[in-house]
Design a protein around this ligand. Sequence first.
Ligand code: SF4
Ligand code: SF4
Length: 607
Amino acid sequence: MENSIRNVLMMGNEAIARGLLESGCGMATSYPGTPASEILATVLRLKREAGLPLHAQWAVNEKVAFEIAYAGAMTGLRSAVSMKQVGLNVAADPLMSAAYLGVVGGFVVISADDPGPHSSQTEQDSRLMAMMAKIPVLDPDSPAQAREMTRLAFDLSESHGVPVMLRPTTRVCHARQDLPPLPLQTGVRKPVFTRDPKRWAATPKFRLALHHELEARLARISAEPLSEPRAIASGGHRAKAVVVSGVAAAHAREIFAGLSLDGPLALYQVLQPFPLHSAFIRDLLETYDEILVIEETAAVIEMQLADRRHVRGKLNGKVPAVGELLPEHIEALLCRFAGRSAPTVSLPPAPARRPTLCAGCPHRASFFAIKKAAPRAIYTSDIGCYTLGLNLGAVDTVLCMGAAISQAAGFYHAFRDASKKPDLVATMGDSTFFHAGVPALVDAVAQGVRFTLVILDNRTTAMTGGQPTPASGGDGGNAVAVEIEPLVRGCGVKFCRLADPYELPAFIALLKEALTWSREHGPAVVIARHPCLLDRRSRAPGSPRPPATVGDACDGCGFCLNHFECPALVSDADGGRVRVDPLLCTGCGVCRHVCPKGALGIAEESP
Ligand code: SF4
Ligand code: SF4
């Protein structure tokens, strides 16, 4: 048990992790994804530091993570699964079913949303998924409230027998707040599984009864005192009320105080956007002439205010339906609603900076090689750092996790009868291949799809902070590494070769061989293996490699800058050629093979 009374500066995700462990969580699972990744990372760290007995793991994808943690809740353990909002799409199948079956131990589904979106394919609102599943959802406004709501979610889940969703957004997950660390629960419950096939293996007939039960639970939860809305400002003449939730509540509180809006307006914070408390809906509609609803990102609260004649929000265009609601937007909305002149928002735009792969990133070498080997191919790609291959002209499509293979298959079928069939090159990271690539590859093999898959195997889940993949052996002491080559061969692929993209000429030659094979036979797989440079676990011992050099043969043609884009190569306007930034250059030496004049080398070699 911790006895510290000193506050700790906690990130929102760390506060959620502490909330889990302070509540006696016995099982926690996740698949990494920004903005949620630090939740399980913190659970794993605290487990290690405090010797906690819970089971915590990164799973192969969000569906698997959900199902593992849900089984924990079936045995009475307090359990939690965390993911980003698009990960919830992957876990939607067990989510919908688990809502019907219910839980024994408290089960918290943490789905972190990304209004903006800052690092996601969509800015979808997980609260809509909670509505569809018919489970309660809590919407925190800060790290402190996220921790408080984690405990509340366990309590609600256990008292009503349903999974409960916690929906933090990026601004909560990544904000930092000074908070007192409360004692971590050092024991977990004993698991008990009570056999009840009518419930746990319910057939459609019983599912109907379970659906009725779920509706009854929801009615009870919509009157639950623990999660009812909070009145923050009562309003002078009680004609106008503002209803807020999530981060919008934190902004609105500050703006109300700063502009003394509590005279003309009442302010309510909704903690549980679904199911919205029925008494709150009734009182709100009976008491106020006009109601302004401010919430991110969908109109979840607004939709539940059935009488919309007096309601302003996203559905009637009064509140933006797209993007983050920043403080300046909320201030303008509140001022207009209070009948005051709204401040004009004119913030200078942040300087644009094109995201790029790191200097020395092995993916850059892979993409350059792909362009050399198959210059006119259709390039399907996927979700990860390597999406940035689009800067190198080697990424044409990105849809969702695992789609690079299925989309290549779709293009193959579309062009199958065409007189000129394009080469198809799919790129996918190692973690993504485990996550959702395997079923797509099995299908491509079964359908005889003629394409080349390059698995960009950097031995980690790099984009989200370097979490382990099944190939790294997971997190536990007794974990077993699952290697990619036998898995690929087990999918039925006959051409599967491994190479280091740093060996650029040989790698280009291998890709050409794979393409030739795939045009005749079916899927060919090249595993481009080189560790991520940011992954400390795979960093080679010894002194760093010397940086690249630029020789006199450089005439400043710009080919390396435009087609290879290593950030360590910079244009030297005065000298009329490129120069190497020694602070960025990792000495990988790949650029030696890129300059058509042979002007680039590494320190030991004369260019
Ligand atoms: S290093 Fe080579 S490719 Fe780059 S600008 Fe100089 S000559 Fe051109
Ligand atoms: S050696 Fe060349 S490719 Fe590698 S980091 Fe340095 S400049 Fe970039």
